[in-house]
Design a protein around this ligand. Structure first.
Ligand code: SF4
Length: 414
């Protein structure tokens, strides 16, 4: 979204803007970097070096770098990669736009250049995080939680709808914390309700809730509003009390199980996506077994998992020894993912025969490719439909699911 906004600002200023990481060319290139985990850092650096090469070949005139990596390693990057004209942090887009175009429209306009298909868009409701998870560098990079005002988000949502968006992906590092800094109370339920009242919003999807102090007033809104997807992305990371304490998550096993029970009781049919971590310092085989059992008990609809990576200046980096050998981390990750694959296969199979409403994202070969309300773009299942009828991207259709594979469902028009 930050990329999209900056692109839109440049367009507003009369620039022709394209999004092309593979073959950058033109007068100016801006790279938005990520610096949260090792792999993303490497990819960002590789991309900067590739762009530097294009600049040296005369295919680019100016090169700017912004985003999390640049925020975190500003001084080092300036020294190491002098070919870059200027580095910016995560929050000084104004300066970037001013420097390039001698004007800044950033604050006044909700407009942006969408890089997603026209019918869905990511809508950021806050930035930063006040939590203290031991392994996480995000609060170091982004700082304290800053909620965006409700009215500002509504204005942006209306503008997105006017551009053809029908599905809003609400995102924040911590959705659960929304509102406290501005309104001294949780505002997530009210925000979702008001967004669901915006004419033209067909689906609202929630990404990245936090399990502690969960705003339960959100659940009736999710249950009762047809345009709020029965879908929640909530990163739980672990389940053993020993690990949750070491990870500084401020939740325990009992309250996590209670939370999940309540989510499922109060929003029947809710699809739960979670993220788990293995190999955090101190994780014993018993802790890992508890995690495995948790996955078996809960049968998450979707699950992603990561092996712990030691990130500079995090609490874990300063206070713990990265004591789990890499091969053990990898083995645990594989065992956890295999367990989930089995569960996902069962759950996908259980959808066969059901009738689902899908939104069509694109056409690919003979198939129209869409998603149900239980599937977020890029990370979840796609539903493939073969039909002689002409379907339209961004439109909704009812399909009967006829078969299921690991990452795809197949369906026919009803
Ligand atoms: S809640 Fe998420 S973003 Fe915040 S510190 Fe924990 S892991 Fe990082």
């Amino acid at each position: 979204m930050d990329t999209e906004r900056v692109m839109r600002q440049f367009e507003t200023l009369g620039y022709h803007v394209t999004h092309d990481a593979a073959r950058p060319q033109g007068a100016i290139a801006v790279i938005n970097t990520c610096g949260f985990i090792g792999q993303a850092k490497e990819e960002s650096i590789e991309m900067i070096l590739r762009f530097c090469q294009r600049k040296q070949q005369g295919r680019l005139k100016r090169l700017y770098v912004m985003g999390c990596l640049s925020q975190r390693y500003l001084e080092e990057l300036k020294l190491e990669i002098p070919e870059v004209d200027r580095f910016y942090g995560k929050f000084d887009f104004d300066q970037l736009v001013q420097d390039v175009a001698h004007d800044a429209l950033w604050r006044e306009s909700p407009e942006r250049h969408q890089t997603t298909p026209r019918h869905y868009a990511y809508l950021k409701i806050g930035e930063g995080c006040n939590r203290t998870c031991s392994y996480c560098a995000i609060p170091i990079i982004t700082g304290k939680y800053k909620s965006r005002p409700v009215d500002e988000i509504l204005t942006e949502a209306r503008w997105l709808v006017s551009q053809g968006v029908r599905e809003l992906q609400l995102v924040a590092q911590d959705l659960t914390g929304y509102g406290y800094d501005l309104y001294q109370t949780s505002k997530l339920a009210e925000l979702v309700q008001r967004l669901s009242d915006v004419p033209g919003v067909d689906w609202i999807r929630l990404h990245y809730a936090y399990p502690a102090a969960f705003p339960y007033d959100l659940l009736p809104v999710m249950r009762e509003r047809d345009n709020v997807c029965k879908y929640l992305d909530i990163a739980l990371q672990h389940i053993s009390d020993h690990m949750l304490q070491l990870m500084r998550r401020n939740v325990d096993k009992r309250s996590t199980y209670e939370l999940i029970t309540r989510l499922r009781e109060e929003v029947p049919g809710i699809c739960l996506r979670t993220t788990l971590m293995v190999g955090h310092p101190g994780e014993t085989e018993e802790d890992f077994q508890e995690l495995l059992q948790f996955v078996r008990d809960i049968r998450f609809d979707r699950m992603g998992a990561f092996a712990y990576s030691d990130e500079e200046n995090t609490y874990a980096n300063r206070h713990y020894r990265d004591d789990i050998p890499e091969e053990v981390k990898q083995q645990r990750l594989d065992r956890l993912m295999m367990e989930q694959q089995r569960i996902s296969a069962d759950l996908n199979q259980a959808r066969v025969g059901s009738i689902q409403r899908i939104i069509v994202d694109r056409k690919e070969g003979d198939y129209y490719v869409g998603r149900t309300q239980y599937d977020s773009p890029e990370v979840d299942l796609e539903t493939l439909v073969k039909t002689s009828k002409r379907l339209h991207t961004g439109q909704f259709y009812d399909v009967r699911i006829t078969s299921a594979e690991e990452f795809d469902l197949y369906g026919e028009l009803v």
